[in-house]
Design a protein around this ligand. Sequence first.
Ligand SMILES: Nc1ncnc2c1ncn2[C@@H]1O[C@H](COP(=O)(O)OP(=O)(O)OP(=O)(O)O)[C@@H](O)[C@H]1O
Ligand SMILES: [Mg+2]
Length: 249
Amino acid sequence: MLLSVQNLHKTFGSVAALSGVEFALNAGEFVSVIGPSGAGKTTLMRVINGAVAPDAGEVLLSGASLTAARGRAKRRLQAGIGTVYQDFALVETVSCRQNVLTACLPDMAFFPAVCGAYGKDRRDEAAALLDRVGLSDKTDAPVKTLSGGQKQRVSIARALMRRPDLLLADEPVASLDPVTGQQILALLRDIQQTRGLTVLMNSHNVEFSKIFSDRIIGLASGQVVFDGPPAALTDAVLAAIYGSPEAQP
Ligand SMILES: Nc1ncnc2c1ncn2[C@@H]1O[C@H](COP(=O)(O)OP(=O)(O)OP(=O)(O)O)[C@@H](O)[C@H]1O
Ligand SMILES: [Mg+2]
């Protein structure tokens, strides 16, 4: 088991964003988390990647507790997790390769890091990853000259740069048109299958989640209300996740 999420609770003021969330991911799975706005999907990802501490519960990565880890031990576990965001979170004015290389900064000593002295091996690996995501001709182009779909490809390459076991993707195609979005998900699926990567994706697009996922988790009001294969996602289950049919995406 690659990831185990146990009895997670997180409240913000009076809002219970996560109330007893539990599930496990096997290595190599592609799992989508669906659910209405405010269901707790982003909070769940932020707790899994260690950006937010839960009030209770535990996140285990290959059996090691990320929740209990501190300092260097926590950073080492976090290095096994790559994250891709809806808004790409790239530095627009610098090149695609420079953006991919920023993934290495946490592993580097202070002076090489501040000088941007990444070394030939890392620079070659960044170029190879950009080639893998279909951007070999954009390696040295500033990110601001790219389309949205191309930017998301750069952020996928950046997430892969630290060779993660687990890739988290928080609505990775929500700001893209449907055709481009489908191409990005096909790329993620292909990378997941060829590298044996495990992917956990938050999604508002139920149809895409059904096409690309091995398994779907339905979150509603901070609780898991469905966990099963896409084929088991019936209208009744969707109603349980999203409430009334009108509220369904
Ligand atoms: N930093 C925060 N401070 C206060 N409340 C927060 C914070 N982060 C999340 N929340 C609240 O927790 C709940 C869950 O938010 P979250 O962003 O996890 O939902 P989501 O499922 O990702 O929604 P969306 O689909 O709109 O992205 C919401 O009610 C939200 O307002
Ligand atoms: Mg969200």
